[in-house]
Design a protein around this ligand. Sequence first.
Ligand code: C2O
Ligand code: CU
Ligand code: CU
Length: 529
Amino acid sequence: MDTPALSRRDLLKVSLLGAAAVALPWHPGPSPQGTSRLAASKLPRPYTVPFAAPPVLRPIASDATTDWYRITQTPFVGEVLPGVATPLWGYNGMVPGPTIKARQGRQTVVRQVNQLPATHPTLGYVPWTSTHLHGMPAKPQFDGYASDVSQPGEWKDYVYPNSGAARTLWYHDHGVHHTAENVYMGLAAQYHLTDPQEEQLPIPKGRYDLPLILSDVSFAEDGSLLWDDHGHTGVLGDVVLVNGRPWPTLPVEQRRYRFRVLNASVSRGYALELSTGQPMQVIATDGGLMAAPQSVQRLRVGTAERYEVVVDFSSLGVGATVQLRNAGVPGAPADAGTGEVVQFEVTGPATSTEGNEVPDALGNPAAMAVSPASARVTRTMRLDRRRGLWTINGETWDDVVASGFTRVFADPAVGDVEIWEVENRSRGWSHPLHTHLVDFQVLSRNGAPPPAQELGAKDTVYVAEGEVVRLLVQFGPEHGRYMIHCHNVAHEDHDMMIQYQVGPYDAASDPITAAPPRSGPETPLGPPG
Ligand code: C2O
Ligand code: CU
Ligand code: CU
């Protein structure tokens, strides 16, 4: 069955007919926002809940080269809304999961133990998982390949080289066809990588360096999370969570703070602004520190994008409050609830002035040093809706599966440079496109230079309705098969995901068979011997 093509005028007519719209299998306009069915009195007023950051995870063992961690994927009952019990799934039983801190050149091994129930409590599917560390060039068998799943009761050790530049990464579930539900249930967390260059910069660190993990949810009558992906188009909640808390307030001192903004929402994009109208200084993008800070009034953050921003509270009086608000993006408009994000409340003078600067020179991201003249090939990716599925060049992950995982979009050698032109032809939806393994440079948007916030290395790029974005990509350092997909994870699951292959294929780096999950008693975790 083909998707009916409706013009905007047709749509308008249909919506004027009211009930007729309900009969449509799919409508190309923005998805309606989920509305919590809980009594309104159970929702806190924005900025009444205290801010909190996830705890930093301690390694189980360490030696000269490696740190070992153990994480369980666990069901638990949390209190997202004050006084309301909400069943969630969390890494180590918390949402978001604990932050892992790593240092360039030291390897990390994370054991992920799937302790989820045999089926999802309301949706009924089997919660197999695959854990992806987004932003890390891991070998294919440790990259959270969607079809490399661990079933409930199984465990797997993921090895991360920490080879790249300092950056904000995140780990999240990537299990085939259920990534969106699993992430919505809470399987997401940050991972911070440092390097000597970042350590030497006088930028805010320690208690002045905080994650802002954004997500949006809605609630059923009984306090559980309400799931509606509107025919696989997207999940938009009516409550914005920051680090798992609804519209929190953070006490701040009169100085600069660094916020590691991560959009961990299933589908929602944000356009963030400070209520005072003051600018934010973007110091890092997905791929780490920018060459120079970029001052922005409004920061657009599509799903999976990371931006580190510095906000200066030094000129505000004690007791002043500043709200970080969401102006909304096409397809995900903001209303009274989703327009509010987090509040900062100035409590007093700085108790430390260390790391209170934003130097003019920050980093030198490798992806930004690549010259477009070195590109050998230009490839085109069309993001589209066909026959009720989201596709890339008409293909889906099921096509990859049907090929025995051999079908690839591109097959560059390690070190090759290519231009990838990404075109969004679907009406009403943006597609934040993510390439595993690599960082890239955004060359242009609709033929124009990218905006200031995109002048750094990226691994996820927001491609709005009707846009054409050109990316410059150099492949490596690892080889093998890696996914490319839309990071509106409702689209990814149905089924906007393909793969590419860098260098030769070898069985030793097969994403599914090279390091399969295990069941039964766990082996000891730590240095051999
Ligand atoms: Cu953050 Cu393939 O995903
Ligand atoms: Cu990734
Ligand atoms: Cu999409």
